[in-house]
Design a protein around this ligand. Structure first.
Ligand SMILES: [Fe+2]
Length: 262
């Protein structure tokens, strides 16, 4: 499926979001498609402001066994990068794996109006724009369309956020959006840096933010989700906010969820 609008329109979309106001999106180097493993790529997007904090962003692109392309947590990209994505195959599935990223589907729905839109269970924490024609809700097992390529789980136990985590079989990677974050210090942003430290998400160790930890009210459900996550045979981790991990990722995830194991 080819995108249906021209280059000037795409560059407009970079700063078009009402949720991420123009002055909330920093200028950023032209994002490139980076191979992360067999049939999986990442693209780093601009920093955006959410709840007063600047976040780095990242999207994941996978080529499925059926030849089509699945995009998770899409970010704005220039025309050349968009062309490279469409050269990989038809973009058929646009996914927001966390309630905080649903708004990001809006621009990409404009680009690929025929692609299916999949989102997690809505919660009071859901951040979205307009009335997107959502195809369905992501659940605790993979959709038929991508079951050959991914396993998935809904990380339960928190009434505010039920994030979907994916296991990509070809690359033995876990894809996780919001629950674990790693924030390197930001130049000239002492307030943000103190906040990251207090939240326990500062670089290099990162982790699950304190506010999220405190809102996991159903620990038993959360532990069951963690058990399934750790049962996957993975070595690499793609996160939406912070550097990805290219080896020993399971050990890192165990450390990040240490607080839940007791
Ligand atoms: Fe996020």
């Amino acid at each position: 499926m080819k995108p249906n609008i021209d280059q000037s329109k795409i560059l407009e979309l970079k700063t078009e979001s009402k949720l991420a106001r123009k002055d909330d999106v920093e200028t950023f180097p032209m994002p490139e498609l980076q191979a992360f493993g067999k049939n999986i790529w990442i693209i780093d997007g601009p920093k955006v402001r959410d709840m007063g904090i600047m976040f780095t962003t990242r999207m994941m692109i996978a080529k499925l066994a059926n030849g089509s392309i699945l995009v998770n947590s899409p970010v704005p990209v220039p025309f050349d990068t968009l062309n490279r994505i469409t050269e990989l195959g038809p973009v058929k599935y646009l996914v927001a794996a966390t309630p905080r990223h649903v708004w990001r589907l809006d621009s990409w729905h404009t680009l690929f109006p025929e692609a299916q839109l999949w989102v997690p269970r809505p919660t009071p924490f859901t951040l979205k724009k307009g009335n997107l024609p959502i195809t369905g809700i992501l659940r605790d097992s993979p959709n038929q369309a991508w079951a050959d390529d991914f396993d998935q789980l809904a990380f339960k136990g928190n009434p505010l956020i039920e994030e979907i985590m994916f296991y990509h079989k070809d690359s033995q990677s876990v894809i996780l959006d919001d629950l674990i974050q790693i924030h390197p210090p930001m130049k000239g942003q002492p307030f943000h840096n103190v906040l990251f430290k207090l939240e326990g998400v500062e670089s290099p160790h990162g982790g699950v933010g304190l506010d999220l930890k405190l809102t996991f009210t159903h620990r038993k459900l959360a532990r069951q989700s963690l058990e399934k996550l750790l049962s996957w045979d993975f070595d690499k981790l793609i996160i939406a906010h912070g550097p990805c991990i290219e080896k020993d990722a399971k050990q890192f995830v165990k450390q990040a969820f240490h607080w839940l194991m007791h």
